[in-house]
Design a protein around this ligand. Sequence first.
Ligand code: GLN
Ligand code: ZN
Length: 774
Amino acid sequence: MSVLATNLGFPRIGVQRELKRALETYWRGQSSKETLFAAAAQLRERHWQLQQRVGLEHIPSNDFSLYDHILDLSCMLGCIPDRYGWQGGEIDLGLYFAMARGRQGGGKDVTAMEMSKWFDTNYHYLVPEFAADQTFKLSSSKVFDEYSRARALGIKTRPVLVGPLTYVTLGKKRAEADYCRSTLIPKVVPVYVEALRKLQSLGAEWVQIDEPALVLDLRPQYREACSTAYRDIAAAVPGLKILLTTYFDGLRDNTDLAFSLPVTGVHLDLCRGPGQANTLANQADDILAAALEKAAGKVLSLGVVDGRNIWKNDLSLSLSRIERATAKLGKDHVFVAPSCSLLHTPVDLAAEQQLNPTIANWLAFATQKLTEIATLARGANRGRDVIYDELNASDAVRRHRAASPDIHNQEVKRRLASITAGMKQRHSAYAERRKLQSERFKLPPLPTTTIGSFPQTTEIRQARAAFKSGEIDSAQYRQAMQKEIRTVVDYQHRVGLDVLVHGEAERNDMVEYFGEQLAGFAFTSKGWVQSYGSRCVKPPIVFGDVSRPKPMTVAWATYAQSLTDKVVKGMLTGPITILQWSFVRDDQPRSVTSRQVALAIRDEVADLERAGIRMIQIDEAALREGLPLRRADWQAYLDNAVEDFRIASCTVADQTQIHTHMCYSEFNDIMPSIAAMDADVISIETSRSQMELLGAFIDFRYPNEIGPGVYDIHSPRVPTVDEMTALLRKARQVLSPEQLWVNPDCGLKTRGWSEVEQALVNMVEAARQVRQQV
Ligand code: GLN
Ligand code: ZN
């Protein structure tokens, strides 16, 4: 009996984003269902075979999805919202994609299901919707088909299902539904039982049930429902081995609950622990110790290889943890595994073409992580000597990385150590600044502005691509971008906006643009990670101390300002957002890295001000989504975020106006921190909620200025003047005219000019009308 090498899930998208291409060709009507299915089958088989070749003993199936695994589960459970007109029976591809993406045309017009972030990752799942009288019924054979298909290839897989607790926790009930969601757990259990029995009859020995909800704060009724559910499942499907997987944090107060469940094994994430959001101290050893106390008789699956980051594993450290577990539980009760599904890492480092080889040598993507897992299992079974070379190489990489001059910048460290209280404080209080600013800017009440970006046209993309490939030189590129800036400035003049922007044509992404210019960041050419459906992102890699060699935005902003007498806002991305959307260092706390970014942004703010830019916006689009999973960790995260923002912004004079912008405006619980950032103006996303989200600001009596978005830029619809005046009147009831700004919900880069032009004309007109009543 031995320690097994296992995996929890593999990226679906394919090293060349084959799935993306297959999906999008199908959606455009340029390929058949059969072609799409064949592409999907090929990816599944390739990934199974890869895992088999590497020597994994538990290979997952049903981790693949054409769009999203939670949507697949809604299909399996027959949880299909009424508006799709499903009559029971097989869920065809048309219905599946209608739920994923909405469907318009052919006499049909139905919206997509809501999307939400999968825990604290950048992966989005489709939120299950529960009706007032929700029932469940086994309605998809996907999990069986994939198991059987692998079996036919000679691979006996471990099918994966997200479990009942997590499924119900992540869903939302319709407004008219008057029950506690936890009461749905016993209702889904019979469907799980049916599915598990079927898997067992097909030959499955182990099934992986993912319950990441066990790392959240759980109310008693959910814990009880969870206990009952697993008791019922175990009783109904005796003999089937269940691995209960938890990830993204430690179990903490749910440790007893998890280990009390009648399952064969429990998986722990040993790469993220309490306080992970802010401290390096990933308290893996404590988590492991707590688990070993409870794990007698159970298999423990050790998530020692990080499924959320891209650094090579510290094999010696991991092996010592595995050895601790085998000493206590015996080799036949220990699995080696990634911390979570490898879905959140890029597919294969071997595909990289542009990475600096020194940095590439520090990294492991999903494919490389499989080998690390197999190596560790080998070492655990046959002794350290058997993997002597691998251990040596791993140690050498760590030493090399730690000592690398590319990582360390003494000047940055010195600056970090000498941050003073004064650097985190505007000169005067807001009330003082407001007087000076209103004298300086002389804006009308309800001033109009936008969030920064304007539509990214094909021309813009082509110019950027041509510059990257060397087809045009930097002078030609500058001309092309300046032409775009002129177009955007002229347009804003014509429409009559009060505060202008330069339009962000030069940025393909609000984080990548800054990462490319900051020292300490690296970029991949193929490091794609699925964000939702066919959409992938390529997060930058923060590998070293961050500094700003030279100004990043000043030339564009001052060029725009030179074209107009109106104020042009400078546009920057904030430290928390830059961190949240990157792969970050694992050799120092996150808070140290974000502090370094904050100082770099501070330099940019100072340069913008010196160059005559009078308003500066620092976007913290990801502040809300970066909140830790457990409430107990929120305050430390928020305090750090506030400090970072203040360090970035507080260098300016009182007359310079600092703006910030945030997406996802569910701020009810965190208003004191939002206020503590002390931006002069904040713009937020409120139009879809009909200004409801503004409530948090009102209840809190938010003292500074606010621009509640009145134009929903996530939809191609052009809002009418009346819709926007109605929203503004709502806002007017609770905010004074001096406090209220008028702007869209978010940047306009994903919209087309045809929509934006009319929408902003309407927005300015709406502001004019409401202003008249002031
Ligand atoms: N300034 C950015 C833009 O307009 C903000 C984007 C965002 O909040 N996601 O594109
Ligand atoms: Zn936004």
